[in-house]
Design a protein around this ligand. Structure first.
Ligand code: ADP
Ligand code: MG
Length: 676
């Protein structure tokens, strides 16, 4: 068996299962072994019953106490048991497993592992895994069981079995890294790393395996970037332009004064565009720092100088929002520049019309999604390309975009702040500008971390804000297993909320499964203030700007990464009104509260992400979506900053010594980007 072997050659994988695997992007055995778990179940030491915490998966060991009982309806039989240890008694229930009454009739000591939930009758452990007699748990203790991202119909066990077979039958002895590097950085061998990432015996093995894979991924990425840089050593500026007088006038007439930071960055951009070499610049600025207006100035300036300028956004909702606000700016201020929108969901006819306007040069400012870099688009004289929320795109997409013109100026914007040292490695070929100041009229957002008991109060508060003319967002948690469940979740929530808030309050909802036209209509209603509450999945996370919205309520916030919560929070506090962010947590666990409290203490995106990592263990390492910064398969820029620096040093060495190994380097393949 070799890596290119199709997975249907594996035992137990028929046509149907093969299709399911293909759905998650696994076609060959090689794909399969690189389909890393997204989390692990850690079989921890049993906890005393007095220490159990709602919302957590825990293990307890105790004596079976009293009789095992079966109640409920014939369709949903509930088996109840009590276990007792020195510190207390715990009620345990199972659904649809009446036979347990016989299995457990013998009494004695049992170990149970399951989620602790709060039910009408009090705290219970629900549907736990059973280790009976208790000694059976010893074999599992401290092991990590992989959890894979799945698709409907494909069980975790099926993935485990397939991966095991693949690992057993493949020859993994070939080492990809030069041994000098492996020794210098103490990296695990390829063989060990692959087994260790899928089936780690313990946390130590897991970390050792993971570090190696992260290193390799970073190294390949850095080498790919260096190659790009080689070819594009600052080209001559073919699109020389001074700042047009109308741009200066526009800045004067804006309803707000640009912050010092915005002015500084705009000067840097203007200087680049009139210099001898072409611009290649990254603008970093935290959420709400006002990056868009700086981009608008650059677009406008290119257009007024007679060139075309294009801006690409990662989602259709955001692209359209940019298109509308920019078009409105131009209309309101009498700027004679034609704009056009181009997105994937437009009809063929609409697209054709956009292509024509772009090709003949009528449209000077072009805004859209990935559709902007498709083959069908031919620009007339593209002099500037801007990518908004760059961290959602891959480097290759940025390159393709730049290749669309002759050698246009390139500006990329990102809301994910990273320290300069890391930015230089990741964006090696770009100059860096930072908008490190928020507009002066902003009031700091008021935050609170609460449990679900506070929900009614939160709704009441939202009603009051709505009565004052404001609007609210509610974020429902993502459902990892399936997009349709997630959609259902949002829809149900919105219906219940409508009921709760009563007459006169318009509640809309938004999720990834909706048609683009529907999403657009709903975003429109919200920004036109025709709806008061928007219940949504994280689709609204990126870039959306509705300054009148003042409340952000995030359900199950314990399931999100802090960096992501910070982005979500950034959707409010964008105008002059006091804004509020309510982090609702379904878990009463102390660590959860401690983690969420970080958001109370700081507004610094990088600090937030670093603290987040410090507080979490490998059990939930992948369980929560991390920074979403660039599209790495296993590496995370925040978490693995140290390894990133090592890989950078290694890349220097390989290039300097012109190492043999560079010739063997496989073509770097960027994971496909996250598109919502
Ligand atoms: P982000 O940096 O997150 O992309 P935006 O560019 O969307 O932020 O700006 C957030 C909001 O702040 C917008 O409504 C914008 O009009 C407003 N804004 C931008 N610059 C200023 C400023 N200097 N003073 C006041 N408001 C501003
Ligand atoms: Mg933005």
């Amino acid at each position: 068996m070799i890596e290119a072997t199709k997975i249907k050659e594996l035992k137990g994988i028929g046509e149907k299962t093969e299709k399911l695997f293909q759905k998650i992007g696994v076609d060959t055995v090689g794909d399969l072994i690189r389909y890393y778990p997204r989390g692990y179940d850690v079989y921890e030491e049993a906890a005393p019953i007095s220490d159990i915490e709602e919302g957590r998966i825990m293990t307890v060991t105790g004596a079976i106490y009293g009789k095992v009982q079966v109640s409920g309806t014939p369709r949903l039989q509930i088996t109840t048991l009590h276990v007792k240890d020195l510190t207390g008694t715990l009620k345990v229930i199972w659904f649809r497993m009446p036979f347990l009454r016989n299995t457990l009739a013998g009494g004695g000591v049992i170990t149970l592992r399951g989620r602790i939930a709060s039910r009408k009758g009090g705290i219970v452990m629900e549907h736990p895994e059973i280790f009976y007699p208790s000694v059976k748990y010893e074999g599992k203790l401290n092991t990590l069981q992989p959890i894979y991202a799945r698709t409907t119909g494909l069980t975790n066990n099926a993935v485990i079995k397939a991966v095991k077979q693949a690992l057993d039958n493949l020859d993994l002895s070939a080492e990809m890294l030069p041994s000098e590097l492996r020794l210098k950085y103490g990296l695990a061998e390829y063989n060990f790393a692959l087994r260790g990432i899928h089936f780690p015996e313990d946390k130590e093995v897991f970390y050792h395996a993971r570090n190696r894979l992260v290193f390799e991924e970073f190294l390949e990425f850095i080498l790919a970037i260096r190659k790009l840089k080689d070819g594009s050593d600052r080209l001559r500026n073919e699109y020389m332009m001074e700042v047009h007088p109308e741009v200066k006038e526009f800045i004067e007439k804006l309803p707000f004064t640009l912050t010092g930071a915005q002015q500084k960055v705009w000067r840097e951009i203007a200087r680049d565009m009139s210099s001898d070499t072409v611009m290649s610049r990254l603008v970093q600025g935290d959420v709400g720092s006002g990056k868009t207006i700086v981009a608008v100035l650059a677009l406008m300036n290119a257009a007024l100088n007679g060139f075309q300028a294009a801006m690409m956004a990662p989602t259709e909702v955001l692209a359209r929002q940019h298109y509308e606000s920019i078009t409105k700016y131009f209309e309101d201020y009498g700027i004679p520049v034609k704009t056009v929108l181009l997105t994937g969901s437009m009809t063929t006819k609409e697209k054709r019309r956009a292509y024509d306007r772009i090709e003949c040069g009528l449209a000077k400012v072009i805004i859209g999604t990935h559709a902007l870099i498709q083959n069908a688009v031919n620009y007339d004289n593209l002099a500037l390309v801007i990518t908004d929320e760059q961290h959602r795109f891959g480097v290759r997409q940025r390159e393709t975009f730049a290749e669309k013109g002759g050698a246009p100026h390139v500006l990329v914007m990102s809301a994910t702040p990273i320290p300069r040292t890391l930015a230089i490695i990741l964006y090696g070929d770009l100059d860096i500008s930072v908008i490190d100041e928020l507009p002066a009229d902003r009031l700091p957002i008021k935050n609170c971390v609460v449990d679900t008991g506070y929900r009614k109060t939160a709704y009441h508060f939202m009603k009051k804000q709505i009565a004052e003319g404001r609007q609210c967002y509610v974020i429902c948690p993502m459902v990892e297993e399936s997009e349709s469940l997630e959609a259902e979740n949002v829809t149900d929530y919105a219906t219940a909320l409508k009921e709760e808030l009563g007459e006169g309050i318009v509640v809309d909802h938004l999720h990834g499964k909706m048609k683009q036209k529907e999403k657009d209509a709903i975003m429109d209603r919200f920004s036109q203030k025709e709806s008061h509450v928007l219940v949504s999945t994280t689709v609204i996370e990126v870039g959306i700007d509705v300054p009148n919205a003042t409340v952000m309520l995030i359900e199950n916030s314990e399931r999100f990464g802090l960096a992501q919560l910070h982005q979500l929070r950034g959707r409010v506090g964008r105008g002059k009104h006091q804004s509020y962010c309510i982090f609702m947590s379904g878990s009463k666990a102390k660590e959860t509260k401690e983690r969420l409290d970080i958001l109370n203490k700081t507004n610094d995106g990088f600090k937030i992400a670093s603290e987040d990592l410090r507080l979490r263990g490998p059990g939930d390492l992948f369980g929560i979506r991390q920074s979403g910064l660039m599209n790495f398969k296993i590496a995370d820029v925040y978490q693995d900053a140290k390894i990133l620096k090592m890989a950078n040093e290694a890349a220097d060495w390989l290039l300097k010594t012109n190492h043999e190994w560079l010739k063997k380097l496989p073509k770097y393949e960027e994971p496909s980007s996250v598109i919502i």
